[in-house]
Write a protein that binds this ligand. Structure first.
Ligand code: SF4
Length: 370
């Protein structure tokens, strides 16, 4: 069973692209000396404030390097939250998008969580308004509500389960084996992939990631023909026709693992292109090729880079520490409610280690996420 439930628009009320506002806030490029000076300044501030920087694989390479050089981490969204929760620092600087800051706050309600730019969001989060989603769930009370990590605290508070891309299959299969029917939100491509793999009865919300939605199968086939020995890595937020061409379908952590451990010398990568910064560090010598997107004809800018992730910069880290701006707040009762579905997932993967993504040498161990 598969229904289109929500037609997410990519335009605001004035007809402007939803990403235009994000691109307008992307920090301008810095010179080498400016980057070095800002990095040193940010490192000193992190130390002075006893803060730790937790960065996503999709943010600027300087931020990834700064996180690792100062004792923070570069990871997927869930591992970012878990790392922040388990770290001694009482101030977490989260370089990523808003739902990641919220997840960090939900798991560490007593800590101060800062973000370089609070306007950094995600099309999956935007495309799943909590009131609409709750109303839909209310008319299907017989279904378990399973939501992806890329959702607001309010949507998580309405859910029975939160999942990430690498444990979603195992959790949905578990629910199906129990005879449960499912509401899935918000990514339609990931939901469709899981539905096909598990045969579960799922109602799919109609959200999409504007980055992964732009990868194109025809152009990927042409690229594969040019690089017949390349291994093709695809994130399951991509369209079905692209997923079908993959040698490895997986989360960011699983894709990194595939490059590090794979025998091929060339890899075509269908996810945000800034993951290649970490791939190059962890798998030097391997050739990485960006999977093709729709290019200039696309609705989004279609450059395989997330505009909201791109809003994170060194100046934002400095500003949030110096001025205390960009603090994430989650109303405590809502946070407690949202934490239930995250804890349920964490308990499930702890009890079912086979649901975990393969461990990756040199990475923070994790179960993988967006
Ligand atoms: S890359 Fe896609 S899923 Fe990730 S934050 Fe950007 S819009 Fe959301």
């Amino acid at each position: 069973m598969n229904e289109v439930l929500f037609d997410y628009t990519r335009q605001d009320a004035k007809g402007d692209s939803c990403t235009m506002h994000a691109w307008a806030k992307v920090p301008p490029p810095l010179t080498a000396s400016q980057r070095a000076e800002r990095k040193a300044h940010a490192a000193a501030l992190l130390k002075a404030h006893n803060a730790v920087l937790v960065a996503h694989y999709y943010v600027d390479g300087d931020l990834q390097d700064l996180a690792l050089e100062t004792g923070g981490c570069v990871a997927d969204s869930l591992e970012m939250a878990r790392f922040g929760r388990d770290h001694a620092s009482q101030t977490l600087v989260v370089a990523g998008v808003r739902f990641m800051g919220e997840s960090a706050k939900i798991l560490s309600p007593g800590k101060r969580v800062l973000m370089p730019d609070l306007d950094a969001t995600c099309s999956l989060d935007l495309g799943c308004p909590p009131d609409d989603f709750a109303a839909f769930c209310d008319v299907h009370p017989d279904r378990q509500v399973v939501v992806y990590a890329n959702t607001s605290a309010a949507v998580k508070a309405r859910a029975d389960w939160m999942v990430t891309s690498s444990c979603a299959l195992a959790i949905v299969k578990h629910l199906k084996d129990q005879g449960q029917k499912i509401i899935w939100a918000p990514d339609r491509h990931l939901g469709g992939y899981i539905q096909k793999e598990t045969g579960a009865d799922m109602l799919l919300w109609n959200g999409a990631c504007i980055v992964h939605d732009e990868f194109r199968a025809t152009e990927l086939e042409l690229l594969k023909a040019e690089h017949p020995d390349a291994m093709v890595l695809v994130h399951p937020e991509s369209p079905e026709a692209v997923v079908k061409l993959a040698d490895v379908i997986g989360s960011t952590s699983q894709m990194l693992s595939a490059v590090i451990n794979g025998k091929a010398s060339e890899y075509i990568v269908a996810t945000d292109n800034l993951i290649m910064h970490r791939m190059r560090q962890l798998a030097p010598g391997k050739t990485l090729i960006e999977a093709p997107t729709a290019g200039n004809s696309a609705t989004c800018k279609s450059c395989a880079h997330c505009p909201w992730m791109a809003m994170n910069g060194l100046d934002g880290v400095i500003a949030c520490l110096e001025q205390g701006q960009g603090e994430i707040h989650v109303e405590p009762a809502l946070g407690l409610q949202a934490k239930r579905c995250i804890d349920r997932m964490l308990d499930f993967v702890a009890a079912n280690p086979s649901a975990l993504a393969p461990k990756v040498q040199g990475l923070v161990k994790g179960i993988g996420a967006a």
